[in-house]
Design a protein around this ligand. Structure first.
Ligand code: AMP
Length: 517
């Protein structure tokens, strides 16, 4: 396969139309060329996720200010083409400025307040130019997925907003920052650094790393973290810092306390070269992908503001976010975190009123699969859960039940290992305490059963009946238990097959639930 070099919008549209007519998935990797390993990491991801990959190379004049380095921006089309050909990219779109902004072009996208802070404050109009060209590229190529780098974190936030606000039919995938051996983020502009400036540039990432280390060892106060960073930067006279900030990943507003998912942003100049970098704070040992997941699925505060302050929920959320044990597995499942942060506050104004708690197996990996986020249409799990409990809709479900999960972490896909169940039981115990008047707990499936028996009730493994044996005759089982934190009252625990994981189905327990006091 040879890489096709496309220069015109018309040819790109016909190439993309042809790809779609073959029912193939199409990826777009927008770049400004002068390609390096950072760009190539996006290309590799695109090749994994889509059938056909288009890389665009366009140094976009609309995103450079009048005094900025548009003319001097590195350009290296021959080397770019070689790299993309060896990466077996299907097409390279390299349009001229006139092709993208023909005479008479006059419509621009204004991304609003998030485009006016940090990079936006330093480079007025920059993100207006970025959003406009990206939207135009999306409309020309109409990709299924577009790939962007975390390197330009604010750009990612703005593009994701653009896609959501304008209902664009494209999925945005964000890839971690590729760095040099000494930590410097790869950037097309690095080639302009003198040898001394190149050495000094490594301080950007070193300082970010150090701030994360301080946060991981318990220093969450952002004022103190920024003061520490400031001291280190001040010791390097070659580096002129434009800003250093620790922000909320969704709003880009300064936070007072650094949490996993908070993002440290820095920008500075070495001579005439301007560099930016960022780092997402995460639990020790967390992978770059996991940190990205933490940042990109962070709750949107404006939606959350409707929820009342609930310190007990916040304190448990922070414990889960800081769960050191999660480093043992490869992905935190975020719906559980969102459940605590947002939905529990929003959907259950009175936790004391909840009498029935349902414990599922493991929280869905995709946040959109969480019924609290996407209640309608009911997915397969919800449909079967409603049948089991005898309710008709999520609104009806929510009126009587709260739904949580045995595991918030996934070792491999939906397989949950014993260690994870043990770790997550710590949080489940705390979560149970949030509902002081719970009378009935419905435990779904083998994982939740094992966890409940061993880590909530504290039973020996040898004394626990195998799940199928417990449920054998009726397809469900029931026992009365006491939990130390609920004092001297009996709780009714109902064990059922998991509505989706097991191939057996429990009969409806609705009649039984209704007869509970
Ligand atoms: P640019 O050519 O600088 O506009 O970058 C094109 C795309 O590559 C953007 O989505 C960048 O965020 C991404 N990118 C640039 N440098 C890196 C890097 N070091 N690691 C990961 N992605 C990067």
């Amino acid at each position: 396969m040879s890489t096709r070099w496309i220069f015109t919008v018309a040819e790109m549209i016909s190439f993309a139309t042809e790809v779609r007519s073959q029912s193939k998935t199409l990826a777009l990797v927008p770049t400004m060329g002068a390609l390096h390993e950072g760009h190539l990491s996006l290309v590799r991801q695109a090749k994994i996720q889509c059938d056909v990959v288009v890389v665009s190379i366009f140094v976009n004049p609309a995103q450079f200010g009048p005094t900025e380095d548009f003319a001097r921006y590195p350009r290296n089309p021959e080397k770019d083409f070689e790299l993309l050909e060896s990466a077996k990219v299907h097409a390279v779109l390299a349009p001229s400025v006139d092709e993208v902004f023909p005479a008479g072009f006059s419509t621009f996208v204004d991304p609003g307040r998030i485009a006016t802070v940090w990079e936006g404050a330093q480079r007025p109009g920059h993100f207006r130019g970025v959003a406009t060209v990206v939207l135009r590229l999306f409309n020309i190529v109409r990709p299924d997925i577009a790939f962007f780098g975390q390197k330009d974190f604010q750009q990612v936030v703005i593009i994701r907003r653009l896609v959501e606000d304008l209902n664009l039919a494209v999925r945005i995938v964000v890839c971690p920052i590729v760095r040099e051996a000494d930590g410097l983020a790869r950037s097309s502009r690095n080639v302009y650094l003198s040898a001394e400036d190149r050495r000094a540039a490594a301080l950007l990432s070193r300082n970010l790393k150090r701030a994360e280390g301080l946060a991981q060892s318990g220093e969450a106060d952002v004022e103190k973290l920024l003061a520490e960073m400031g001291k280190m930067f001040a010791a390097e006279p070659r580096l002129q810092i434009d800003y250093a900030a620790i922000v909320d990943p969704a709003t880009l507003e300064l936070v007072t306390h650094a949490l996993p998912g908070s993002v440290a942003l820095v920008a500075g100049r070495l001579g005439a070269v301007r560099l930016i970098d960022n780092l997402i704070f995460g639990p020790p040992g967390s992978s770059p992908e996991m940190k990205l997941q933490l940042a990109l699925t962070a709750p949107q505060p404006e939606k959350e503001s409707a929820a009342s302050a609930r310190p007990e929920i916040d304190s448990l959320r922070i414990k889960i976010e800081n769960c050191r044990d999660c480093a043992a597995v490869n992905s935190i499942s975020l719906p559980a975190r969102e459940f605590l942060f947002k939905y529990l506050k929003r959907d259950y104004p009175n936790l004391d009123a909840i009498r029935m708690l349902v414990i599922g197996g493991c929280a869905p990996i995709g946040p959109s699969d969480s019924p609290y986020r996407n209640p309608e249409p009911a997915n397969a799990f919800l449909t079967r859960l409603y049948e089991l409990l005898g309710v008709k809709s999520f609104a009806e479900f929510k009126a009587s039940f709260a739904l949580t999960d045995a595991a918030r972490c996934h070792a491999v896909g939906n397989r949950v290992d014993e260690r994870t169940l043990e770790y997550c039981a710590k949080h489940l115990r705390e979560e149970l305490k949030l509902f002081p008047n719970v009378q009935t707990i419905v435990v779904l499936g083998d994982y939740a059963y094992q966890q409940f028996q061993r880590h909530i009730l504290g039973r020996e493994r040898t004394s626990i009946k195998p799940f199928p044996e417990l449920l054998k005759a009726e397809g469900w089982a029931q026992e009365s238990v006491r939990l130390p934190f609920y004092g001297e009252r009996d709780l009714c625990v109902l064990y059922c097959y998991h509505p989706t994981f097991e191939n057996k189905k429990s009969p409806s327990i609705a009649a039984y639930l209704c007869s509970q006091p």
